[in-house]
Ligand binder design. Structure first.
Ligand code: 3LM
Length: 399
């Protein structure tokens, strides 16, 4: 089998094979882990040519590494982009990308709700260096249009949103942005879906960012990230954002673990989705639950768009209990099987309280303004037998 992408092969097959050909590596079924910081040159001219970008080939692992390259080829293939860059964390991908694309005076237009540290990077990082951060409600396209300006360089959003599960129409938002100004880059954080469920580049987005810590790795044993898009921009992010600004370089051993995780991505996503659907349906019927936010529920405002742009509804759920924050604390403290932990996309079902954990970098006033309620509880449906997860949730809700 060729190591390059073959569009006739299905997603599951490409998840196992894309970017790697065992024949190039002594027949080794799994990729070698190149534990090296530097690469020896044949002569001075070769070293100079590699630094100048005149000759392909590795020269230092802060820039590229052969093991990393396999992962990057696989991710680009699965997201249907030209190229990818793997990084040390999701925040490493987001910061390397935005530092590369933005300059003082530029406007960054973002949805009003973001993962806590992404919000914090924008508010306390980019803003300090003169980038104008503008928030809009991306479910309201008129609000986006009203905020686009001649200084807008980047549109950035998550869908479904961490933590409140709002769903954005990637194709419509990309189209209206390009109509306004084709130069504006549209960036989607695809962490919640992975390319197994949603491929934003095929819907008109320019770049996709990931926390590979989550479903891509899939086993809660690493921190990593990635950005996928056109080859020229990815090279800029590699040589500027990553090499000179953040240094958020992924370790070869971590790359190996992600490649292993991706082999089962589609299988795992199917189970995460099935479990989340069943959990959401149970919660929706439960007398102690006020609201359930899950796009797989027919009455969810994002259901229609999610049905169109996602292959399934994902493994993440948010809910509000009738008893508010206090009832949430009681429930979380009573769980036995479900783990009280941040992060998501692991084999273990995880539950957490965004206002005091993942989104605690927002002040209470900012949370109110940005649509994150104090009583919200978030569940990442794991891979356990769903009956066991539901039984644990029920005993905790009924306590
Ligand atoms: C979390 N999220 O529990 P890393 N983009 C999205 C994310 O959810 C995350 C990142 C980027 C969580 C982490 S909170 C302390 C734990 C949509 C991470 C950042 O740098 O790989 O953690 O990715 O929601």
């Amino acid at each position: 089998m060729s190591s390059t992408s073959n569009s006739k092969l299905s997603f599951a097959t490409r998840s196992v094979h894309a970017g790697y050909n065992s024949a190039d590596h002594e027949g080794s079924l799994n990729p070698p882990i190149y534990m090296t910081s530097t690469f020896a040159f044949d002569n001075v001219a070769q070293g100079a040519a590699r630094f100048a970008g005149e000759e392909s080939g590795h020269f230092y692992s802060r820039v590229s590494n052969p093991t990393q390259q396999i992962l990057e080829t696989r991710l680009a293939d699965l997201e249907e982009g030209e190229a990818a860059l793997a990084t040390a964390s999701g925040m490493g991908a987001i910061t390397s990308t935005l530092w590369t694309l933005l300059a003082p005076g530029d406007q960054l237009l973002v949805d009003k709700t973001l993962y806590g540290c992404t919000f914090s990077f924008m508010e306390h990082g980019l803003k300090k260096f003169g980038v104008d951060i503008c928030y809009a409600d991306f479910t309201d396209h008129a609000d986006i249009q009203a905020n686009l300006s001649e200084n807008t360089r980047v549109l950035y959003f998550e869908t479904p949103v961490n933590p409140n599960m709002r769903v954005m129409d990637i194709a419509a938002i990309s189209a209206l942005t390009k109509d306004y100004n084709p130069e504006i880059r549209v960036i989607v954080d695809n962490t919640y879906c992975t390319p197994a469920l949603q491929r934003p580049l095929t819907l008109g987005a320019d770049l996709v960012v990931h926390s590979a810590t989550k479903y891509l790795g899939g086993h809660g044993d690493l921190i990593a990230g990635a950005v996928v898009g056109d080859a020229e921009t990815i090279q800029q992010i590699r040589l500027s954002g990553l090499k000179d600004m953040t240094g958020a370089v992924i370790a070869p051993m971590t790359v190996f673990l992600i490649l292993r995780g991706i082999k089962t991505l589609q299988l795992r996503m199917e189970r995460h989705c099935q479990n989340a659907q069943a959990i959401a349906e149970m919660l929706e019927q439960h007398p102690t639950v006020d609201q359930v936010f899950f796009p797989g529920l027919k009455n969810n405002p994002g259901h229609q768009i999610a049905s169109q742009q996602m292959d399934d509804f994902g493994g993440m759920i948010a809910l509000e209990l009738k008893g508010g924050y206090e009832a949430g604390v009681r429930m979380l403290n009573r769980l036995k099987l479900v783990k009280l932990a941040v992060s998501l996309g692991d084999a273990e079902t995880l539950i957490q309280h965004p206002a005091s954990m993942t989104h605690s970098v927002y002040t209470p006033e900012e949370r109110a303004e940005h649509g994150i309620s104090e009583g919200l509880v978030r569940i990442s449906a794991g891979l356990e037998a769903v009956g066991d997860i539901i039984a644990d949730l029920e005993q905790a809700l009924e306590g």
